[in-house]
Design a protein around this ligand. Sequence first.
Ligand SMILES: [Fe+2]
Ligand SMILES: [Fe+2]
Length: 236
Amino acid sequence: MTLDPRPFAEGPARDARFAVREVWAEMDNLESDALLNREFLHRQMNEEVNGLEMAARNLTDFPDAPWELRMAIARQCWDESRHVTMFRRCYERRSGRVGEHPVLNFQYRIITRIDTLIGRLAVQNRSFEAAGIDGIQEGIAVARARGEEDLVELLEAQLADEVEHVRYANDWIKRLTDAGGARAAFDLARAVAHANAAMAVVAGDNTVQYPVAEELRREAGFSAGEIAAVKEAREP
Ligand SMILES: [Fe+2]
Ligand SMILES: [Fe+2]
C-alpha cells in the first residue's frame, strides 16, 4: 500500500533484514500477536527504535530548544536504546529472528511531519507513550500470570522510563505554553489533530486499547480532568 504522503514524512532507514509495511492490516497479525507473544516483541523492538529515532530527530531539528529540555530528550534517547536491546534479548531468547515479521514505522513518519517541538512532545510523549504506559501495566500482569519473569523485569524497567518520558513532556508542554501563549496552544492542537487523522489511516479497524493506568498517569503529570477525559473517550 502507498500512503497519501501529506500526513506522513518519509520513513526511517531500515536494513535489508526488515520488511517495512505501512498500515496495521498489512502486518502478520498472527494469532500469536496477542500481548507479549513473539510477533509483539519484534514489533515492540522496532517501535523502540522509532522512539530513539524520533527523540534524536527532536535534538537535531530543534537545536535552539532550552538546554534543560534538550538534556531530557537526550536521556530519552539513551532509555529508548536500552529498551531496543531489552526487547531484542527477550525476543531472541524465545527463538525469534530479527526481520522474521514485518515492521511499521508510522510513529516516526507521523512525528517528523510535525514542525514544532511542542507538537511532537504532545503526540510522541504525551499521546503515544502515555498509551504505552497503559499497555505496559497490562503486560506486567499478563507476564506475571504466565510466570515469564524476564518479561516482568523488562516491562517494569521500561515502565519507569516511559513514565518519566511522559512526565517531562507534560512539564515542558506547560512551560512552553506559558511562554508561547496562543501560538503554542495552536501548534499543539494542530499537531494532535494531524496525528489523530494519520493514526486513523494506519490503524484501520484495529482498536486494541488497554485500561487507563490512572495512578501512573497521575505520576506522569496528567491532571484529574485529563485522565477523566481519556477514560471517557475510551469507555464512553
Ligand atoms: Fe521505550
Ligand atoms: Fe519512551
